[in-house]
Design a protein around this ligand. Structure first.
Ligand code: RVP
Length: 493
């Protein structure tokens, strides 16, 4: 006979009990571990969804101190290129700069600059020797875009520096010579790297940025299991991703454990596995050698798994249960899905999460893929589940495999046979990620203040969650009033 288990609780079912506090919200420290090897300054991750995270979102998230996970509803080449875009977007030093040859045309260079959002490229000959540089300044007044680069570039001798130049010396050279790009060359004159002034100003503007050991922004990317997943993971690792998220709807499965073990054995990147929603699921991933466990079966705002399949676990209980297996093993926990307000981040962390993954809260940002939609004078952006019909149609066009995907049954090869587990919709436009993250992290700091916790690890030990009734929930939201002015951190229910 089937077993009954204890009641499961989710965000709306609980509140943190206020506790003695000797800190101000500004003193709360939001640094956390994404995975065994990666630290974040804010515990926020943008979801691997095609209406949430491509390169632009990933760059914005890393600049704020979080991280973005590139979705996999793309061909392998396109997803790897998105990773490359992030890794090149900001760097202490670009080790493998985009270059052009003297025989390419200005139109070719303009295309490169637009793709990589850069203002110019070093020019190298066939053996990689630096022969000049071509930048916006050289091209601005040119009307004939078919001209070869050699006629327009600023040729050698240029101001260059040797490989291994210190940051301070590089900055001095840029400043003294009033130049924006400093090519690094070896003894044979071959181009070995590039330092740009933009990277120095970005470092000042985004002091919390999540960066790798070479000063490049950190990025993650999702892969599945089976099909072309091995090839995809290798291409992404080659493109420089810092973490691979093996992302399947039912992560408590042999396929996921095997895939994690395989990537761990063949590479040095961190591997996150999910999704699971039980202690047993988390334990299996820990045993497989995972670097972080991602929790959530069915809590997503666009997810219909729980009604289509009748399966899932309310998210606060799921996070807590997973943390009981992952915590003692030193493996961080990611609470994925179901968060509607900043207070839910506080509750997820109190329940045992080290960070949270957000879909709907970030899908309305300027940096998410997709255009603005205007309806009755209000602005929206589309947001859909990766198991929705729309996402699957797009996946087919993008060349990613249909039948082996996160939500598709293995024997389903046609759209009319597909069993969706997600829906398509739209969310209000919320402006830039920086403003949204500010509100979310601000709410987290308030929560840490109310619960008297200075750090996220302290929250895991000291916070107390109290189950509430529907009357308690009603009392928690604004009530007995008609809202006339929208707050930046509150939308009606
Ligand atoms: P939310 O933040 O509540 O919008 O949830 C986002 C999460 O929902 C994702 O990170 C993913 O785990 C899950 N998801 C994505 N697509 C679907 C689906 O189609 N069912 N679910």
């Amino acid at each position: 006979m089937a077993k009954f288990t204890d009641r499961g609780l989710t965000f709306d079912d609980v509140l943190l009990v206020p506790a003695y506090s000797d800190l101000q919200p500004g003193e709360a420290e939001t640094t956390t571990r994404l995975s065994r090897g990666i630290t974040l300054r804010i515990p926020l991750i943008s979801a691997a969804m095609d209406t949430v995270t491509e390169a632009r979102m990933a760059v914005a998230m890393a600049r704020q101190g979080g991280i973005g996970i590139l979705h996999r509803n793309l061909s392998i080449e396109d997803q790897a290129q998105q990773a490359d875009l992030v890794k090149r977007s900001e760097a202490g030093m670009v080790t493998n700069p985009i270059t052009c040859s003297p025989d390419e045309t200005l139109a070719d260079v303009e295309r490169l600059c637009a793709t990589y959002r850069i203002s110019g490229v070093p020019v190298t000959d066939a053996s990689g020797v630096l022969v000049g540089i071509v930048t916006n300044r050289d091209m601005r007044f040119e009307s004939d875009h078919s001209r070869p680069v050699r006629e327009v570039m600023t040729p050698m001798p240029l101001v260059t520096a040797p490989v291994g130049v210190s940051t301070d010396d590089a900055f001095d050279l840029l400043r003294k010579n009033k130049i924006e790009k400093l090519p690094l060359v070896d003894a044979g004159g071959r181009l070995r790297g590039l330092i740009t002034v933009k990277d120095f100003t970005k470092s000042e503007k985004y002091p919390l940025s999540t960066k790798d050991a070479n000063g490049r922004l950190v990025v993650g990317a999702a892969v599945g299991v089976g099909g072309d997943a091995d090839k995809r993971a290798s291409a992404l690792i080659e493109a420089g991703v810092d973490v691979i998220v093996v992302d399947v709807a039912h992560g408590h499965s042999k396929g996921l454990a095997d895939m994690i073990a395989k990537i761990k054995a063949n590479s040095r990147v961190d591997v996150i596995g999910g999704n699971i929603a039980t202690r047993g699921g988390a334990q299996m991933l820990v045993d497989a050698g995972v670097d972080a466990v991602k929790v959530g079966v069915g809590p997503g705002s666009i997810c219909t798994t729980r009604v289509v399949a009748g399966v899932g676990a309310p998210q606060v209980t799921a996070i807590h249960e997973a943390s009981l297996a992952a915590g003692p093993a030193g493996v961080p926990v990611i609470g994925d899905g179901g968060l509607q307000y900043s207070g839910d981040i506080v509750k997820a962390i109190a329940a045992g999460a080290d960070s949270v993954m957000l879909g709907s809260l970030l899908a309305g940002c300027e940096e998410s893929p997709g255009e603005l939609i205007f309806i009755n004078g209000k602005q929206f952006k589309s947001y859909r589940g990766m198991g929705s019909l729309g996402a699957v149609r797009n996946r087919e066009r993008g060349g990613a495999s249909f039948s082996k995907d996160r939500y598709a049954q293995a024997d389903v090869g046609a759209e009319d046979k597909f069993i969706p587990e997600g829906i398509e919709g739209q969310v209000p436009y919320r402006g830039p990620v920086a403003a949204v993250a500010h509100q979310l992290v601000g709410g987290l700091r308030q929560g840490m203040w109310y619960s008297g916790c200075r750090t996220i690890p302290e929250m895991h030990v000291r916070c107390e969650l109290m189950p509430i009734t529907s009357a308690g929930l009603k009392e928690s939201h604004p009530h007995d009033i008609q809202m006339t002015v929208e707050a930046p951190n509150y939308h009606g229910r």
